[in-house]
Every structure is written in structure tokens, then in C-alpha cells.
Write a protein that binds this ligand. Structure first.
Ligand SMILES: [Zn+2]
Length: 491
């Protein structure tokens, strides 16, 4: 029956901008410090304290907007969003409302539905409308565990109060949980790529909320929407949306009605739970923040930021496919992170064989990096050294199989491929005279197999190759061995 239903999802992302100090005061944004140590009269909301906008926020906000293909408004207005909550000392949050930092952008993402095993099926482009990107301050944190008398008290840590955020809101453009998943990963990579945000969901510096509704296919009117929170990883979000879609269809198909409400995803229980219903929904009574002037962003500033940004990930993926003739899958993986893409380009150049360099990175190198729990940026094997290894294999100095062992050794010792080959005497044997004499030796010792082969049992060819490789201790060049064996056996 699910085929008769259409899923409608809109997303809100809160990304913490990677500044060293807060948005309206000089307090540090460092994570994990002593509670309430990074506070001052401004972020504590003490009477008479006045906010001053951190210039770095404008620059990182601009990078975030440009990385998502958004235009930056020349003028935006900070506004007070009024609500009461213990972690919000001023009783309002400074945000932006009807004149945001950036608005109305089209973003093309690549997306694919997944099969039962979770593998992408067919990648296709999809346009997403980003309604707005605005700047605002974060609230503090209520602490509900790990402190004395926690059953009687709530504790408040205001270190996070005043941390700068970019809130990125889309239109309800997503039609499946996987589209939402691919979009959030796209945004996360873009923000990390340009250095706007660490965008680490585990640390809470990228948070995500989904508005989810369903309607019968063909209906014009949108269904009742549920706001989904507590989505602490991209995968949790995808699972939460999937559960919520099925729950809503179940309610409607059994004749029930949906409530407009906020629900929390409980990853352990694998279900969503009501957090608050519409009756408790807030009226924020926005009005312009009187203590801050309008934010004016000049064309010069936008151009300066744009020209300092690296080539964006999607453009780089397309270029990798054209310039280095990589597959979509190779190019996507190698542009999943800026440091990986930089590493690849250096290795490709040093190797003289970009496709082979991509293969080595995706298979052998990425396994070593994963085992060591590090990224390409801190790889003990430099891009130039990996390229040199690929070149030595192409030049048939060593075999591909020897190359794998050499890479493991390079990773362990940080030495170059040439040094390890020299040390271990790993040079590949390509001299046809020497290979001929090994072949003669092998054939003399295998007269029975030779007789069977000559009698028509051609499958024994592999046996002879194996014997020659064994006698040569794996050093013989397999290509030459094949050629010479054919010549001897059939000649
Ligand atoms: Zn402060």
C-alpha cells in the first residue's frame, strides 16, 4: 500500500560556525571546558550588556552560503526571538527573521535510493530549494545527569550560549529518507570543505530537524506535518524519517488522524515519541534587535571570500571524472573530503597513471588509513610516495602483488617504495633469459605434467606458471612468464 503514498520532507540544519569566539562577545567557543567558565555579561544576558557582532561570523557565514550556491543579501537584520527556557538567560535568542543573511538558492545534489543491503542503486541529480540561511546564537545546555542531587535539581551550563550558528532551511522538496540523507551529507561535506563548520554531528556542531508528512499520490494538499528532533547522526535521521513515514501511513490507513506535533527519535527503541503537541507551540513575537545595526555585506567582501575558497566538491568531482577518467563512484569517494582530494591529485600527478592511483587509494591505502583510524591528511605515506609506488609497478620494477606488501611496509615505516624494494631485494625479474632458465628447470622437474599437457590437458598451463613463480620466489614478471611459457610449450 505504501506505493499509494507520497512522502514530503523539509529539513532544518543548524551548523556551528568554526569561530574561536562567540557571535556577540569575546568568550571562547572551546568544547569541553569547565561548565560556565566561558561566559561574560553579554552571553549571560546581564542587564546593560550590549552585543557586538564578531566579524569572523560574517566571513564563515558567507563561506557557508557560497559553498551551497546561495546568494548573500546585501542587508540583513538581526531579530529577537522571544521564548522562555532556563538555558536562554536573556529570555530571547538573537536570530534573523524576515531579512535573513541569505535566501532562495537552488542546490543540486546527487542522490540514490538504497537496496536492502543499503547499497546505492542509481545515482541521479536532484534540485533542492534552500529557503534561507540565517545567522543566530546558540542557547546554553541543561544538564540532567552526572551531578549531585540531580533528582532534585537541574544544572545549566552556559558555555554554549552565544556560539554562532548558521541555520539552513529547505523547502519540503525531499520525497524519501535517502534523499534527505544524501542532502545532509552534501551540506556537511560542503561546510567542512570550505572551513565554515566542523559539521560533526556526534559533537553536536551540526544538528538536524526534519518536517515529515505523507499524502496520497495525486493530492494537492499537504498532509499534517510532524517535526522530528533528536536526530544525532545522518543515519539516525534516515531511520527516524523512515519510521515516521510508516507510522503516519499506518495511522491514516487505519482511519486515524494525525496530530501536528513534535516527536523525538529514540534510536535504541527504534521509534518516535511525542515531545510536545501543537497546543504548546510557541509564538516567538519576533522584532528587530534594537542593540545591533543592520548587517551590511559588501560585494567586495563576498568576492574576497569567494576567491579564497577552494574549488567546491561537486565541481571537483566532475573535473576528476573528466580529467582523470574516473568513475562516478571513484570520483565521489575521492572528493568526500578536501584533504583526500588534494592527496589524490598529488598522487595522480606523481604516478603518471591517475586511474591506477585512484585504485590504489580506494583499496590498499584506504584500508591502511581505516585500520590506523586516520585520514589522508596525516597518512605516513605521502602522496608523492604513493605515486612513486604506482610508477614502479607500471614500469614493471615490481609486481602489483609485491606492491601491496611494499605499501604496508611504507605505511609502517614511512620509508619510500624505492628504499623498501632495495632493502628487501624485491626487484621484479623481467629478463627473458633468466626466466627461460627457470622455465627449463620447472619443465624438467615436471615431466609427468608436461606429458599430460602435450596430450591436450591445457588447464595445466596455470600449474606451470605457478611453479615458475614459486621457484623465482614471486619475483618473476607474470607477463613475461606467460609469454615465455607459451613459446616453450607450444614451440
Ligand atoms: Zn560572553
Amino acid at each position: 500500500m505504501t506505493n499509494a503514498w507520497e512522502t514530503i520532507i523539509g529539513l532544518e540544519i543548524h551548523a556551528q560556525l568554526s569561530t574561536e569566539s562567540k557571535i556577540f562577545c569575546g568568550c571562547s567557543t572551546r568544547f569541553g571546558d569547565e561548565p560556565n567558565s566561558n561566559t561574560c555579561p553579554v552571553c549571560l544576558g546581564l542587564p546593560g550588556a550590549l552585543p557586538v557582532l564578531n566579524r569572523r561570523v560574517i566571513e564563515l557565514g558567507a563561506r557557508a552560503a557560497l559553498s551551497l550556491g546561495l546568494k548573500i543579501n546585501k542587508k540583513s537584520i538581526f531579530a529577537r526571538k522571544n521564548y522562555f527556557y532556563p538555558d536562554l538567560p536573556k529570555g530571547y535568542q538573537i536570530s534573523q527573521y524576515d531579512q535573513p543573511f541569505s535566501a532562495n538558492g537552488q542546490l543540486e545534489i546527487m542522490t540514490a535510493e538504497r537496496d536492502e543491503a543499503g547499497h546505492p542503486m542509481e545515482w541521479r541529480p536532484k534540485e533542492i530549494t534552500i529557503t534561507r540561511l540565517h545567522l543566530e546564537e546558540d542557547a546554553g545546555k541543561n544538564v540532567h545527569e552526572g551531578l549531585p542531587d540531580i533528582d532534585r535539581y537541574s544544572y545549566i551550563d552556559l558555555n554554549r550560549a552565544g556560539t554562532p550558528l548558521a541555520e539552513i532551511v529547505t523547502e519540503p522538496d525531499f520525497r524519501s529518507s535517502w534523499e534527505a540523507y544524501d542532502y545532509v551529507n552534501h551540506v556537511r561535506r560542503a561546510l567542512q570543505w570550505v572551513g565554515a563548520s566542523d559539521a560533526d554531528m556526534e559533537k553536536g556542531n551540526l544538528r538536524c530537524e526534519a518536517n515529515v508528512s505523507v499524502r496520497r499520490i495525486g493530492d494537492e494538499k499537504l498532509g499534517t506535518k510532524v517535526e522530528l528532533k533528536n536526530l544525532n547522526s545522518v543515519r539516525f535521521m534516515q531511520r527516524g524519517i523512515e519510521f515516521e513515514v510508516n507510522r503516519q501511513i499506518g495511522v491514516l490507513e487505519s482511519g486515524g488522524r494525525l496530530q501536528q506535533e513534535t516527536r523525538l527519535w529514540d534510536e535504541r527503541a527504534g521509534e518516535t515519541r511525542v515531545m510536545r503537541s501543537k497546543e504548546e507551540a510557541h509564538d516567538y513575537r519576533y522584532f528587530p534587535e534594537p542593540d545591533l545595526p543592520p548587517l551590511i555585506v559588501s560585494d567586495e567582501l563576498v568576492e574576497r571570500v569567494r576567491s579564497a575558497m577552494p574549488e567546491l566538491p561537486e565541481a571537483r568531482r566532475r573535473r576528476f571524472m573528466e580529467q582523470y577518467e574516473l568513475s562516478f563512484s571513484d570520483a565521489s569517494q575521492l572528493t568526500s573530503e578536501l584533504s583526500l582530494a588534494d592527496y589524490y591529485e598529488q598522487a595522480a600527478e606523481a604516478s603518471g597513471n591517475p586511474r591506477s592511483a585512484a585504485n590504489w587509494m580506494r583499496s590498499e591505502l584506504s584500508r591502511e588509513l581505516e585500520n590506523a583510524g586516520i585520514t589522508a591528511a596525516s597518512s605516513p605515506v605521502s602522496a608523492a610516495d604513493l605515486g612513486a609506488l604506482v610508477r614502479l609497478i607500471d614500469e614493471e620494477k615490481i609486481s602489483g602483488k609485491q606492491g601491496k606488501d611494499v605499501l604496508v611496509e611504507m605505511f609502517k615505516t614511512g620509508k619510500s617504495a624505492a628504499a623498501i624494494i632495495e632493502e628487501q631485494g624485491l626487484v621484479q625479474l623481467s629478463d627473458s633469459g633468466e626466466i627461460d632458465s627457470i622455465i627449463d628447470q620447472v619443465l624438467a622437474a615436471s615431466s609427468q605434467q608436461l606429458e599430460s599437457y602435450r596430450a591436450g590437458k591445457e588447464s595445466l598451463f596455470g600449474f606451470f606458471v605457478g611453479q615458475v613463480m614459486k621457484v623465482s620466489k614471486g619475483k618473476a614478471n607474470p607477463k613475461v612468464v606467460n609469454e615465455r611459457l607459451k613459446a616453450k610449450l607450444n614451440g
